[in-house]
Ligand binder design. Sequence first.
Ligand code: PMP
Length: 338
Amino acid sequence: MQYAKNILETIGNTPLVKLNSITEEIDSLILAKVETFNPGNSVKDRMALKMIDDAEADGRLKPGGTIIEGTSGNTGMGLALVAIVRGYKLICVISDKQSKEKMDILRAVGAEVIVCPTNVEPDDPRSYYSVSKRLATETPNSWYVNQYDNPSNSLAHYEQTGPEIWEQTDGKITHFVAGVGTGGTISGVGKFLKEKNPNIKIWGIDTYGSVFKKYHETGIFDENEIYPYITEGIGEDILPKNVNFDIIDGFTKVTDKDAAVFTRKLAIEEGIFCGNSAGSAIKGLLQLKKHFKKEDVVVVLFHDHGSRYVGKMFNDDWMRERGFLDEEITKAIDLIKD
Ligand code: PMP
C-alpha cells in the first residue's frame, strides 16, 4: 500500500509546469513551480513545518503549547496543519486587508484569528506585528514564530525548494523569479541555486508601496516608498532578516492593477488558478524580458492558490470598482463562454 502517514508527508515535491501562452513574447523556456500542490495550497507549508520542527528540537515549542504568528494567511494555514497533527493550539494575527477567504480558511482548520488594522505603523500597538508580540508574552507556554526573522523560514527553501528546482531542471536553470515578502522563498532557493551555479540570476518581485527595490539599489530605507497597496503576500514596510539582499540580482515592481489582471490571465490562458502574487510574478517576469536569452531556462514560483481570491481578483465587480477590468480579460472570458 502507498500512503502518507499524515498530511505533513505530502508537503513538497510540487510540479514544474511549462508556460505556453502568457509568456509567448519571450523565447526562453519558462517553467512555473506551482506551489498550490502543497496540502495547504501554498509554498508556506514547507517553512511552517521546518520552523515548528526546529522550535521543537531546541525546546522553544513545548508539548501542548500555543503557536502565535502574525500571518497573511498562507503561513497560518501551514502552521495550522502542523498544529493539528502535532497537538498545538494556534493563534493567527492577521491584517484587515487580507481576503475574507483566508480568514475563513484559517478558522476552518481550527485557528483562532485576530484581525488588526493594516494602515498603521509597524510599531503602533494596534499593528499585527505588535499584537502578535504582545500575545506571545501574555500567553503561557506559547511560542512566537516570527517568520520575518526566523532563519528556519529560508532554510526550508534552501533544503527543499531549491534542490527540487535544481533537480527538476537537470541543473539547467539560468534565472529564478519570485515574489518577496518575508524573503524566505527567494533567499533560500537563491542561496542553494547560486551555490550550485553562481551564474544563475535571482530576480525579486516587489510591489509599489514597498521598500525592497529602492533599498536593494541604494542601501537606503526610504519611508517615502511606503504607502498602502492591494497586492497580498509581497512587499514590506520593514526589512525582514530573511531577505538576503546579497543573493538577489535585481528587483522589479509590479502595480496592483497589473498583478490583478495577470492573475486572471494566468487562470484563463494557462489553466493555472493561482493567487495574486503569481500575477505579480508573471508580469514582473515580462518586465524583465530583456534579460532572458532564447537558450535560458527561467523558473518562476507561484506561491498560493486562486481560491483564496474569488472575492477579489476573480470577482468582476471587485475588479470593475477599482478600474482593473481590462478589455483584454473581458474578451478572453467572452471567448471562453462562446
Ligand atoms: N505570495 C504570497 C501569496 C505569500 O503569502 C507570500 C508570503 N508572504 C509571498 C508571496 C512571499 O513569500 P516569502 O514570504 O517567502 O518571501
